[in-house]
Design a protein around this ligand. Structure first.
Ligand SMILES: [Zn+2]
Length: 512
């Protein structure tokens, strides 16, 4: 979903040649991610000149910095499976620090945290906010918050210090924060001030704000310490990330993950799962006022579902969603929770008469006993808004998403698309959907000629590319007529992932 290829279970940043737990298989199976593509965005220098007449190409240190700013915001550890796939290549998602890499593979395969600090694209990521300090600190180091805990690294390295040192060595300004007070003190406007003074013209794309707010995952929103010594919310992190990233006139790619919705669902604890979902919704609501809808593609989706279902018969409006069905079971005469899980904790026909199932630690009932509930297998929704959003409709394969984003944002294999004048193409008649089904089936059945927007490609994504081109043409031509311009050159991308999608767009957490 982040690299555009199918992969084997529990590997990150590898294609299907990468085998789980097999270090050597990762050497030949590495694939770039959306963040690689965004950082490598190639545009003509003349188009980099912004309103202040500052040529950001000449001001930057390398071609990579001519690209978009990039950021990752998550409530999980920043080395956790999903965010890791944006910057790391690992035969195991569990190799978050070197202690987890098998001894025989430690020389050949870097752990995920080390890849973030030392390798591309990790070391060029502008904003990284989340949890997971334990993978960055050596075993002898005490955690600053959880003082009874120590780091997990066996190589004795403090990667946070290394990260700061690397930024200094390269003449960049890195900020490391680990609680809400420090986080709040980071003022994105301060960066503007420096820019106006012309003191460092590339400050705009070299401001790093790295937050590791927790020893492991960040607290659930329902448990979060909102004080100065606590942690920022997902919405606060998202807002700050956008304020920092949007300084770059070339645009940005920001990945926002409400990563702990998943964890609460594994506990069959709907209270926290719904609170986490609302926190992700709040992050999106916080982001919207900061984003230009004509320039920002927002893609909102999940990478899987859970075995959660919403039951009840003749349940009255306003019945608490965390409570029990308005009617008793017509078999045993006992109440049952309105939200039910297919498996997991909560199995057994406990009599809930008089039990308050709306409290924070309540566990919803389940159909099959398991210590932890599993994921679900059904399709999940994907919502999109902004340039290129017409690509996200119908039934899609998850590997299609990054290619469509790349097309809309002119990055990756579509990076040269923005250099071309748009041909005049008539938009499809009202109501007619672009041809996207071939994408969902890996290109089978695609019969139209590739559009002129489609790049000649030697990759296996040729057909995919062509289909993307065909469908986005109408969108482009509409915009080019309306604005009298060529293709969008500075598309921003906000990709929000929920890890589970139930109720993403409704506020049912406190009653329907
Ligand atoms: Zn999970």
């Amino acid at each position: 979903m982040l690299c555009g290829v199918k992969a084997n279970f529990e590997t990150v940043g590898l294609d299907s040649r990468g085998r789980f737990d097999n270090c050597f298989s990762s050497f030949t199976s590495r694939v770039p991610s959306l963040i690689d593509w965004a950082q490598h965005e190639g545009m003509r220098p003349s188009r980099y000149v912004n309103a202040r007449k500052v040529d950001y190409v000449n001001a930057s240190h390398s071609a990579r910095f001519a690209g978009k700013s990039t950021g990752v915001v998550t409530t999980t550890r920043v080395t956790h499976g999903t965010p890791a796939a944006l910057y790391a290549h690992s035969a195991s998602r569990y190799w978050e620090d070197d202690g987890k890499v098998p001894p025989g593979a430690r020389h050949a395969c870097k752990d995920i945290a080390r890849q973030f600090v030392e390798d591309e694209p990790g070391k060029h990521i502008n904003v990284m906010l989340g949890g997971g300090r334990r993978h960055w600190l050596p075993k002898v180091a005490r955690d600053p918050e959880s003082t009874s805990e120590e780091g997990r690294r066996l190589d004795g390295r403090n990667l946070i210090d290394d990260w700061i040192r690397d930024k200094k060595r390269r003449g960049l300004r890195g900020h490391y924060v680990w609680n809400k007070g420090q986080f709040d003190a980071i003022n994105p406007k301060y960066v503007d001030h420096l820019l106006d003074e012309g003191s460092r013209r590339d400050d705009v794309i070299t401001v790093f704000d790295d937050g590791l707010f927790a020893y492991s995952h960040m607290d659930f929103e329902a448990d979060r310490d909102k004080s100065e010594v606590g942690d920022p919310s997902l919405a606060e992190m998202t807002r700050k990330a956008i304020q920092i990233l949007s300084k770059n006139p070339h645009g940005f790619f920001l990945f926002v993950e409400g990563g702990r919705i998943d964890h609460a669902h594994h506990y069959n604890n709907a209270y926290r799962a719904l609170e986490e979902t609302l926190a992700l919704e709040a992050a999106l609501e916080a982001a919207l006022p900061l984003l230009d809808p004509d320039k920002t593609l927002i893609v909102f989706t999940a990478d899987h579902s859970h075995v959660l279902t919403l039951g009840g018969i003749a349940t009255r409006r306003g019945n608490p969603i965390l409570g029990v069905d308005a009617k008793l079971s017509d078999v045993d005469g006992m109440p049952y929770t309105t939200l039910l899980y297919g498996n997991g904790p909560g199995f057994g026909r406990e009599n809930l008469t008089g039990v308050d199932t709306t409290v924070k630690n309540a566990v919803q009932q389940s159909g099959v006993p398991r210590q932890w509930a599993t994921h679900g297998g059904e399709d999940v929704p994907v919502y999109a808004r902004g340039p290129g959003s017409s690509l996200f409709r119908g039934s899609l394969d998850q590997t299609f998403l990054p290619h469509a984003i790349a097309y809309a944002a002119c990055i990756g294999e579509h990076k040269d698309r923005c250099k071309k004048k748009l041909p005049t193409v008539q938009p499809p008649p009202n109501g007619q959907q672009p041809s996207l089904l071939p994408l969902a089936t890996g290109g089978r059945g695609f019969s139209r000629e590739p559009s002129v927007c489609a790049e000649p490609s030697t990759s296996s994504n040729t057909v995919r590319t062509a289909a993307v081109g065909a469908s986005i043409m109408a969108d482009d031509s509409r915009r080019s007529h309306a604005k009298g311009s060529t293709v969008r050159a500075e598309v921003r991308v906000l990709m929000a992932v929920s890890l589970v999608t139930v109720f993403v767009h409704s506020k049912v957490g406190r009653g329907v």
